[in-house]
Design a protein around this ligand. Structure first.
Ligand SMILES: *[C@@H]1O[C@H](CO)[C@@H](O)[C@H](O)[C@H]1NC(C)=O
Ligand SMILES: *[C@@H]1O[C@H](CO)[C@@H](O)[C@H](O)[C@H]1NC(C)=O
Ligand SMILES: *[C@@H]1O[C@H](CO)[C@@H](O)[C@H](O)[C@H]1NC(C)=O
Length: 422
């Protein structure tokens, strides 16, 4: 009897694991060409869409609204009501909206948006069990979530809201991209570089058709992060893996040119993903993470793609070039010196450390030790904000707890830095 039970549990577990590994592909099929980041497929018709939306809605119902949890070590320490916002906000907004992106202050921003992968969907930020991992806690996402406020959910929008409460575009709460609550967070789990141009087009459609937005006049900030899936799961299935960085360069160029020409008054942040080995090879990870990494990062972990030290160092070399592309492309002449468009690489992930004085701080990571926890998202948000207020070449390459070494716009340096105003 005991034996049977053990066998049965193991089977259920393996089926769940298999489902999870397939989840990305499954998710991909729920395409809604009007909304989704993914390019239309044969499943992109009304019947299938209904089915996949239903499936997603049910899995979300089963897990519940995890993003509303108020207790757990995965949450940041809230700033008490008695402590004021760390910056003097009086210099944070122009008297008249500026006409140049090189004179943009936090309070001038009216619209916030993001494209990319599960780093941006905030998958599992509040997860404390397997089932909750695929809930997208979009309201808590570092660069695009707007749930709660800067005190207990440090996110770029929650910081910007202090300067301009009329900001729109941030995700309200747990949701998938086809839910209204996701707002201008058009990221999708499992997304890869190839999908960026399509994602950008869908993003622009969303913003353009929103009646709260003055499309031509409003200043917009868009954050882009991609690569985790390219480097963890796709690179080892390519015929010529070494061509990935070049392909990424083309995708990024197409995307940025499109945004430059079609989304007026936009400031783009490009944030590279943290090094995959930081999480895939993290020392002392719990057994559950060891198992899950086989599904999330099969190029680096496990036997499916015969991963060895030498194959891993090959993917690491490609990863390095992939990120180099992200540093180089924004500095190209064609994106420089423009009045209504700027793109800046924000490098805080470059030397990102997960350690505190006692070793790896697993509370910065989600239940799968792969995605970030809410606490991690809060750090990421502060790091992004700080980078935006640091001149190129002097940007910090690591993250701190929110409001430690926190940057503020000042009388002398009131603008977000571009490559042309520093
Ligand atoms: C999924 O949930 C959303 C939001 O609750 C709802 O608008 C939509 O109709 C649902 N779709 C399906 C197919 O159940
Ligand atoms: C954050 O603050 C909001 C508003 O005060 C509150 O509703 C919410 O429960 C708080 N969240 C946590 C995790 O304390
Ligand atoms: C892994 O190695 C085995 C034996 O050397 C080989 O048959 C198989 O094709 C390899 N698989 C991959 C994905 O490279």
């Amino acid at each position: 009897m005991k034996m049977w039970f053990a066998q049965m549990s193991l089977n259920i577990f393996l089926i769940l694991l298999l489902l999870m590994c397939q989840e990305n592909k499954f998710h991909r099929w729920k395409v809604d060409a009007q909304l989704s980041a993914f390019r239309p497929t044969i499943f992109d018709n009304t019947e299938w869409r209904l089915f996949f939306h239903l499936y997603r809605n049910i899995t979300m119902m089963m897990a519940g609204r995890t993003g509303l949890k108020t207790r757990g070590n995965f949450l940041q320490t809230p700033v008490p009501e008695s402590v004021p916002f760390p910056c003097d906000t009086s210099v944070g907004r122009s008297r008249e909206p500026p006409s140049s992106v090189h004179k943009l202050r936090p309070g001038d921003v009216n619209v916030i948006a993001a494209i990319g992968d599960s780093v941006i969907t905030a998958s599992g930020a509040s997860a404390t069990s397997f089932l909750e991992l695929y809930t997208e806690n979009r309201g808590l996402s570092w660069c695009i979530g707007g749930q709660w406020n800067w005190r207990n959910a440090t996110t770029l929008p929650n910081i910007l809201k202090v300067y301009n409460p009329k900001l729109v575009g941030y995700s309200y709460r747990d949701s998938y991209s086809f839910h209204w609550d996701s707002q201008f967070n058009n990221a999708e789990i499992g997304a890869i570089s190839k999908e960026l141009p399509h994602m950008a087009r869908q993003m622009v459609t969303r913003i353009k058709s929103d009646r709260r937005v003055n499309f031509k006049k409003d200043w917009k900030i868009l954050t882009l992060t991609i690569g985790g899936n390219d480097i963890c799961a796709y690179v080892c299935t390519m015929k010529n893996p070494e061509s990935l960085p070049l392909k990424h360069r083309r995708n990024l160029l197409t995307t940025l040119r499109y945004l430059r020409d079609n989304l007026p008054r936009t400031f783009v942040n490009i944030v590279s993903m943290p090094d995959v080995e930081k999480v895939a090879s993290v020392a002392g990870k719990p057994a559950i993470c060891w198992i899950l990494h086989h599904g999330e990062c099969p190029c680096w972990v496990g036997p499916i793609h015969n991963s060895t030290d030498s194959s891993r160092s090959r993917w690491a070399r490609i990863q390095k070039q992939y990120k180099k592309v992200e540093e180089e492309v924004p500095q190209m002449d064609e994106f420089r010196g423009l009045d209504e468009f700027a793109v800046v690489h924000q490098p805080w992930t470059k030397r990102l450390s997960l350690n505190d004085d006692k070793g790896v701080d697993f509370t910065l990571l989600s239940y799968d030790c792969f995605h970030m926890s809410q606490k991690g998202h809060a750090r990421a948000a502060a790091a992004l904000w700080n980078n935006m207020l640091e001149p190129p070449g002097k940007k910090r390459l690591n993250w701190d707890p929110p409001y430690v070494n926190f940057r503020c716009p000042s009388q002398q340096n009131p603008y977000f830095y571009t490559y042309d105003n520093s």
